[in-house]
Every structure is written in structure tokens, then in C-alpha cells.
Design a protein around this ligand. Structure first.
Ligand code: FES
Length: 203
């Protein structure tokens, strides 16, 4: 009786069964994933904070104009007090100082122009002219009872009318500004107008 051959497939060494990851490997994998996730979150925090700061101005509504010492709700700017112009009929010059704010920046106590104020009586509100020349925008002076522009010699009466309209370089009278008085405080609606044209058109 012949011996059974031991070279058949039944005698091949059995292939190694796939090994299951042991518990230690599972833990290491979990720790690696968790560490990666935490690292991503930590890295994202400053980026998100920066984006928030960057985008914040886009959600703000800028204030058009205000003053450091008070403004009316309609945007008028406080420029003087009645006490600061005691003489009826005299022209006083005052700076216009305002806080400007846009979506990105705030500029405190920023000079934006000058105005002439004159009281015509104790009861009436003062008359105000901007000092910006209606010709090409130079700064107008007051000499006695005459307003004069040093750039091309335009002249105006104390009421702001051109003295020689035919020869005056300025195409119009001085630009008058709206005035309000609240108690002792004098407010103006400060505006700038286009120069070199007859019509008074706000810039
Ligand atoms: S800018 Fe004033 S007269 Fe020309």
C-alpha cells in the first residue's frame, strides 16, 4: 500500500489570516485624528477672529458728521456761542471742527472749514457765510465791512453780495449757510458748493 503523497494542496501551509489591529493601534489612530482636529480648530480661531474684525466695518452704518462738543440730530455742527460774538453787526470768523467717521476710520476734532457769523440784532439768529470763495475755492477774508478773496480780488458786501458783479471773478454771491440757535449755542449746516458756476450746487 502506497503512502499518501504529502505534496498536494492539502499539505500547503495555510495562509496567514488577516490580523486585526490590536487595541493599542486603535488608540494611537484615534489620538492622531483627535490631535489633527484640535490643531485645525486652534489654527482656525485667529483666522476667524481676523475675518470678523476685517468684516466688522461692513456691517456698521457710518455717522455722517458730528462734533466733539455736540451736534443736532439733523447733522448741524456747533461752531460758536452767542457770547463769543457780543457785538451786533460785527463779522466773526469761526473754525468748523467736526468728527468724521466712515466704515473704517474715525477722525476726531477734524477741521473741515471756517465760517463767518454776524448778528444783525440781539433777537435774530446770526447770518453765516462759508469762507470758501465761489470762484475757485480760495479762503475769503474780511476787511472792515468788505469780504475779499486774495486770489483774484473778488469782493462782497457785508451782506455777501458781489460789489461789482460785472467784473467780479466770482460768478455768484457768497454762499450762505443755514443757522440754528439753541440757547446760547450756534449751529450751522456746513456745506461745500461747486466753484466757478452761477448756480449754488452742493458738492
Ligand atoms: S478764488 Fe476767489 S476770486 Fe478767484
Amino acid at each position: 500500500m502506497s503512502k499518501p503523497s504529502n505534496t498536494g494542496p492539502a499539505n500547503k501551509p495555510a495562509s496567514t489570516p488577516p490580523t486585526k489591529p490590536n487595541a493599542g493601534e486603535d488608540r494611537r489612530g484615534f489620538v492622531a485624528i483627535a490631535a489633527g482636529a484640535i490643531g485645525a480648530i486652534v489654527a482656525a480661531v485667529p483666522v476667524l477672529a481676523g475675518l470678523r474684525v476685517f468684516a466688522d466695518p461692513l456691517t456698521r452704518t457710518p455717522k455722517k458728521k458730528s462734533t466733539t462738543d455736540g451736534a443736532l440730530e439733523n447733522g448741524m455742527i456747533r461752531v460758536a456761542t452767542l457770547d463769543a460774538m457780543p457785538e451786533i453787526g460785527k463779522v466773526y470768523r469761526f473754525p468748523v471742527v467736526a468728527t468724521r467717521e466712515d466704515k473704517w476710520s474715525r477722525y476726531d476734532a477734524h477741521p473741515i472749514g471756517t465760517v463767518f457769523l454776524r448778528r444783525t440784532s440781539a433777537a435774530e439768529r446770526p447770518v453765516a457765510f462759508t469762507s470758501v470763495c465761489p470762484h475757485l475755492g480760495c479762503s475769503v477774508d474780511i476787511k472792515g465791512d468788505v469780504y475779499k478773496c486774495p486770489c483774484h480780488n473778488s469782493t462782497w458786501t457785508i451782506e455777501g453780495e458781489r460789489i461789482n458783479p460785472e467784473s467780479c471773478p466770482s460768478p455768484r454771491d457768497l454762499d450762505e449757510l443755514e443757522v440754528e440757535v439753541k440757547g446760547n449755542d450756534v449751529f450751522i449746516a456746513y456745506k461745500r458748493f461747486r466753484g466757478g458756476i452761477e448756480e449754488q450746487i452742493e458738492e
